[in-house]
Write a protein that binds this ligand. Structure first.
Ligand code: ATP
Length: 841
């Protein structure tokens, strides 16, 4: 029988009793679908994904490239020029505009594609029951009829009709805008119940904030409620950050100033008796040349390249501004378990009745022995650990792997080493789950025994006992210690258990440090970043492990809500804080931190949603990689800006100066447009691909208040503008005085200008050093070769000669081009050298 989703308009699933929903979706609310049936449905209905975002069409986006006041002015000027009969000049301007628009369009499209691709990299996983076995699967694999288990921190993967709920609360703000979590319950509701009040449904895209539940998938993909919303609004990705906004503002101000200067030059020129139309064209060229139109787009491209590099190193950026902030991070607050350590737990020792039993074997293979050998009391303790447990171990290709919490899996392994197995555990009837606040877990079994395990001081407290020297000793050896206890006939609540628990013993497990994380912590410290350990573990354990990493600031037994306080406190001290987290309760701290870092594997969906960055391997080394790339991005942004501003400025200045001096233009407006168009992309943008400098992690973090352009760099911009201006003017005059034609003199001036731009590009590969210490930049070499090729075309192809008023050159002027480029290069390097002397570095 073919599978159909129920027609929701007939009767919503919320209006049906559970058995009807189960019948309609042809499933079994206990065992779920069979794998075979699931596969059939998946093939039939397709994956549970929203259709790709439909943004603006490419035509609109291409036209939007022209939506710039300056372009309007340019087009108007070209039209005037055409009307006045200068059709060739006018068409060159039109061509320039079109080519510029296409280049901008391609750049932006590439940047957006890179950012879009990231969305898919953070995959949502859900727990589904198939063939009676719970398993984690990507949410894209859900089909109607699947039985899904919900737990605090999960994102709901599809629209579910709930069949069971225990204190289940769901944050539906993504769908309804209501920020207070809604309490859920499987009870049938009247058919007319509004979406926001359908408490027996859990909708795709919403977040489970507490409790647990079970539901049957009734709609997937575009059929879900969020899918409908998605179809109504087609959102566009915003690629704005504080920096791009600042730069856009800067460009705007600059535009106004330059337009003022351009108007001024028209007035001066006309007063001097120059033809009006010529002055307008010159003024427009001045404006087009001087205004860094491409700046915001180029910054976006640079950021996107940085984001792609970070993704390759396991750090997925969820919010673009994080790329900038990463470069100025001064404090990293990191979890211990899983981030610094491998979260591969092995029980090393069990202490029962004051006797320590060492356990042999490493990893999750259930083979090993106890010394001295395990007696009945040890087995009692380990049985409790096996009972109060949701994990299991599986053998895969000869390797034993944990399924579930590694801490619990380690207890399973220890119990198996003592000869116990799941059959020895009486059936479980109720559970008080572990949480980072409660710090213990308890289960009630069919024989009315309650097993308890958890943090030492919590279980000792439940047992009415004080401090334990044995447990302290284990913790002081850097081991993770759990106390294990048992109670009979008590109520399964914290209060009910207090005073009724009998302590059975302590279990101590080893969690090896990740070697690459040790190295990464040192790298961050060398980079002037303070690394703090914030952990839920015991202070003694945490201190030993911190020492292994060279971390001196440890905050242990920190409850998630205290993390928020810590972040706020560090920020009040003027720090830029990165904070890791994985649980639901970490979300406020992640949101508050300058960089919230969520764990991609072990983290909950709630934490991922709150974070700025997600680590796909949960590893501290990836935070370091992200910081390193963040700093490199910032470097490249500065290099690009430092390169582009003087070239723009000089382009405008050449024309302004000539008009003000009443001299012949050394470079014609169309030639300025040519230079502007070819070099901005072929030369400038290649700096976005610069490899990172080897010493990025040996410098202190840049204070966030530091302006993008320091006084030194502003000085450099003015200095280089003057060099470019002087070189092109001098070459032009010199050629004229040597008897060259205007065309030839201008061609030389244009080539000198571009030559100096190329040599300045080489200067910009390092802002302070004479020779860049980075490896070769392939794109830069391609760009330079391309530019040289284009200049040769401009100089020697007759068609280009007539379009751009250029003329072929002999070999002698090229010596001037090379000579002046070299002089310019040396002058800039001398400037760097002078500043280094001044700074004494
Ligand atoms: P980090 O913040 O570094 O990741 P953590 O993972 O050690 O720290 P929690 O998972 O909150 O922090 O664990 C805190 C304490 O709770 C542990 O020291 C341990 O004693 C106890 N504990 C951990 N997992 C369980 C569990 N599954 N059942 C019972 N108790 C546990």
């Amino acid at each position: 029988m073919p599978v159909t989703t129920v027609d929701r308009d007939d009767v919503g699933h919320h209006g049906l009793p559970v058995p009807d929903v189960v019948l309609l979706t042809e499933t079994d609310s206990d065992t779920g679908l069979s794998t075979e049936r699931w596969r059939q449905r998946l093939a039939e209905l397709g994956p549970n994904e929203l259709p790709p975002r439909r943004g603006q069409s490419w035509v609109v986006r291409l036209l939007l490239q022209l939506h710039h006041p300056l372009i309007y002015v340019l087009l108007a000027a070209a039209t005037i020029t055409a009307v006045l009969g200068e059709v060739v000049d006018a068409s060159v301007v039109f061509a320039v505009v079109v080519v510029n628009a296409i280049i901008g369009f391609v750049q932006e499209a590439r940047a957006e594609r890179a950012l879009d691709a990231l969305v898919a990299m953070v995959r949502t996983e859900v727990t589904v029951v198939r063939d009676g076995v719970p398993m984690r699967v990507p949410s894209a694999e859900l089909v109607p009829g699947d039985v899904v288990l919900l737990d605090a921190g999960d994102q709901v993967g599809a629209d579910l009709r709930l069949v069971g709920a225990r204190e289940l609360r769901v944050d539906e703000s993504a769908l309804t805008g209501e920020s207070v979590p809604v309490t859920k319950d499987p009870l049938v509701l009247p058919p007319e119940t509004a979406l926001a009040d359908r408490t027996n449904m859990a909708y795709s895209g919403t977040l489970v904030t507490s409790g647990s539940g079970r539901g049957v998938v009734v709609a997937t993909g575009a059929e879900t409620e969020i899918g409908r919303v998605h179809r109504l609004v087609s959102t566009t990705a915003t690629v704005q950050t504080p920096l791009t906004r600042k730069l856009a503002h800067f460009s705007q101000v600059l535009t106004v100033v330059i337009l003022g200067l351009a108007a001024f030059s028209v007035v001066v020129g006309v007063l001097r008796g120059e033809p009006f139309a010529e002055m307008v064209t010159a003024a427009v060229a001045l404006a087009v040349g001087a205004i860094p139109e491409g700046l915001p787009a180029a910054v976006t491209v640079t950021l996107a390249i940085g984001v792609a590099r970070m993704a390759r190193r396991n750090a997925i950026i969820r919010r673009l501004p994080a790329v900038e902030t990463l470069g100025s991070t001064t404090v990293i607050c990191t979890d211990k378990t899983g981030t610094l350590t491998a979260n591969a737990m092995t029980v090393n020792a069990v202490v029962v009745g004051g006797v320590r039993y060492d356990v042999s074997g490493i990893g999750y293979a259930p083979t090993g022995t106890f010394t001295p050998s395990a007696n009945a009391a040890v087995r009692d303790c380990l049985l409790a650990g096996l009972a109060c447990n949701d994990a299991r171990i599986v053998e895969d290709d000869g390797r034993w792997q944990p399924v579930g919490d590694p801490t619990e899996a380690a207890l399973v392994v220890a119990a198996r080493k003592a000869g116990l197995s799941a059959e020895d555990v009486p059936e479980r009837v109720d559970v008080l789950p572990f949480s980072s606040e409660r710090l213990f877990m308890a289960t009630r079994h069919a024989n009315d025994v309650i097993y308890v395990k958890g943090a030492v001081e919590r279980v000792l407290d439940l047992a009415g006992l004080g401090h334990s020297a044995e447990a302290e000793e284990l913790a002081a050896a850097g081991l993770r210690v759990l106390a294990i206890g048992r109670a009979a006939g008590a109520e399964l609540t914290e209060e009910g258990l207090r005073g009724t628990v009998e302590l059975l013993g302590f279990v101590a497990m080893h969690d090896p440090a990740r070697p690459e994380a040790i190295e990464a912590v040192h790298a961050c410290q060398a980079a002037g970043i303070e690394v703090k350990m914030i952990t839920g573990d015991h202070p003694a354990t945490a201190r030993v492990i911190a020492a292994e990493f060279g971390i001196s600031d440890v905050h242990a037994r920190v409850a998630p809500e205290e993390k928020l306080r810590l972040v706020t406190q560090f920020q009040a001290d003027g720090q830029v804080v990165a904070m890791t987290g994985d649980g639901v309760n970490d979300a406020p701290a992640l949101r508050r931190a300058d960089i919230g870092v969520a764990m991609g594997r072990g983290g909950t969906e709630v934490a991922k949603q709150a974070a700025d960055m997600v680590l796909t391997d949960d590893n501290f080394a990836s935070i370091r990689a992200a910081v390193e790339e963040g700093r490199a991005v910032f470097d490249n942004l500065r290099k690009f800006i430092i390169w582009t501003l003087p070239t723009n400025m000089a382009e405008g200045l050449v024309i302004l100066t000539a008009i003000l001096l009443g001299a012949a233009l050394p470079i014609l407006p169309v030639q300025i447009l040519w230079i502007n168009m070819t070099t901005a992309v072929a030369l400038g943008l290649t700096l976005a691909f610069e490899p990172r400098e080897p010493d990025v992690m040996r410098r202190p973090p840049l204070p966030p208040s530091l302006p993008l352009l320091t006084r030194t760099l502003v000085g450099r911009i003015l200095f280089v503008s003057a060099i470019l201006l002087a070189c092109s003017f001098w070459a032009f005059r010199w050629q004229l005085s040597a008897g060259a034609s205007l065309e030839v003199a201008r061609t030389v001036a244009v080539n000198v200008f571009v030559g100096a731009q190329i040599s300045y590009l080489a200067n910009c590969r390092s802002l302070v050093r004479i020779r860049p210490r980075t490896g070769p930049n392939r794109w830069l070499l391609v760009g330079v070769a391309l530019t040289i090729g284009l200049q040769l075309l401009l100089t020697y192809v007759p068609f280009m000669n007539s379009l751009f008023h250029t003329a072929p050159l002999g070999w002698q002027p090229w010596l001037v081009v090379f000579g002046l480029s070299a002089v310019s290069y040396v002058l800039v390097e001398l400037d760097k050298w002078r500043h280094r002397l001044l700074r004494g570095s």
